[in-house]
Design a protein around this ligand. Structure first.
Ligand code: 1OR
Ligand code: 1OR
Length: 316
């Protein structure tokens, strides 16, 4: 199971480009005279705008770029049984799902055409071959009637690639250093990179306020964060100091309780990567058990710090 999961990772590091061109985002020039426009009805435009709203790869794009993308995408209807992408082929299009169910199959060294997952009415696929100049890493098969929005390799590279690649590169090494995330495969970690948003704080600034509703969690990219808790008798205690590669703010998301502590920036150059609660639920499912185990450790430490089990009943 684990070997199968690691396969695409080896692919990325082992295989050489199948295209003559090598990846260099700086080479992709902005040529504004060369815009591709597929006319769409108002209804189509509305549907497409809705479909791309949750595409993590588009997160770092501005309004204008998103408009250009919408113009450049065209609708593709599929029938049950259609193979949209075949593993091993060269990459031509990136797809956003409008409707339909799509199975993901991966041919590994051990097994032919193993079913590894599916998309249902939402999501996107086909970015890997376009980003990394690799053969298609999986086969995508339509299970039902459906509709896709396709974007050509050229448009993808011109508009989406630069920002997304930068983000994946920037966060890849950060996430590699987070032990909790070791259970994610490379593909899952890349999706996580797309979802993270950078945030900066100055010395003493509050990041999380105890008692508030949790909207996301944070990974420390640079600098130090203090975790401070006020217990039921109003006593304030510093619980921990966190540095690069550590995370916080996960507790409220796991327990669906208010924030258990406050978090403050230490020093003027604190950089964090923020993961909102929706992406957290979609992407960190495989890490949930590890996070829960770490919460048990919080409980043990809590007794040491406050000398009693204060607040512990509140924790779950
Ligand atoms: P692509 O251009 O390589 C196939 O064409 C697409 O399938 C790929 O981009 C991804 O968008 C998508 N591993 C690799 N690619 C995947 C995976 C995947 N799932 C979807 N795609 N894994 C599945 C994780 C559930 C890991 C399999 C071991
Ligand atoms: P959160 O979403 O509750 C505050 O927002 C964050 O502070 C919390 O998630 C955790 O990431 C972190 N020890 C270390 N870190 C803690 C602790 C903690 N509680 C919350 N955070 N505790 C052990 C005491 C030494 C307290 C457990 C209740």
């Amino acid at each position: 199971m684990h070997t199968a999961k690691a396969e695409p990772l080896n692919r990325f590091t082992r295989r050489k480009s199948v295209f003559a061109e090598h990846y260099d985002p700086e080479e992709d020039e902005d040529d504004d005279n060369n815009k591709v426009i597929y006319p769409k009805s108002d209804e189509q435009r509305k549907q497409l705008a809705e479909a791309v709203k949750n595409i993590l790869l588009f997160r770092s794009l501005d309004q204008e770029q998103v408009q250009e993308l919408l113009d450049a995408m065209f609708e593709k209807k599929v029938h049950g049984g259609d193979v949209v992408i075949r593993q091993g082929d060269d990459g031509d299009y990136f797809y956003v799902i409008q409707s339909g169910t799509y199975n993901i199959h991966v041919d590994t060294d051990q097994e032919n055409d193993k079913f590894v997952g599916k998309y249902e009415n939402t999501g996107s696929f086909g970015e890997l071959a376009l980003m990394y100049n690799q053969p298609r890493a999986a086969t995508i098969k339509a299970v039902s009637e459906g509709s896709l929005w396709a974007m050509s390799r050229q448009v993808f590279r011109k508009i989406v690639l630069k920002g997304a690649f930068k983000k994946r590169k920037e966060y890849e090494s950060l996430l590699e250093g987070v032990p909790m995330l070791q259970s994610l495969n490379l593909f899952e970690r890349m999706n996580l990179c797309d979802a993270l948003m950078p945030k900066s704080y100055k010395n003493g600034e509050i990041i999380i306020k105890q008692g508030e509703v949790g909207d996301g969690m944070y990974f420390v990219e640079k600098g130090t964060v203090r975790i401070v808790m006020v217990n039921e008798s109003g006593e304030e205690k510093e619980l921990s100091k966190l540095n690069k590669g550590q995370y916080f703010g996960e507790l409220a998301l796991v327990t669906h309780k208010p924030r258990a502590a406050s978090a403050y920036a230490v020093g003027d150059d604190v950089k964090l990567a923020f993961l909102d609660v929706h992406a957290f639920e979609r992407l960190l499912g495989p890490c949930m058990n590890i996070m829960k185990r770490n919460i048990n450790e919080y409980e043990e430490q809590l007794i040491e710090v406050f000398g009693s089990k204060t607040n512990i009943s509140d924790l779950r």
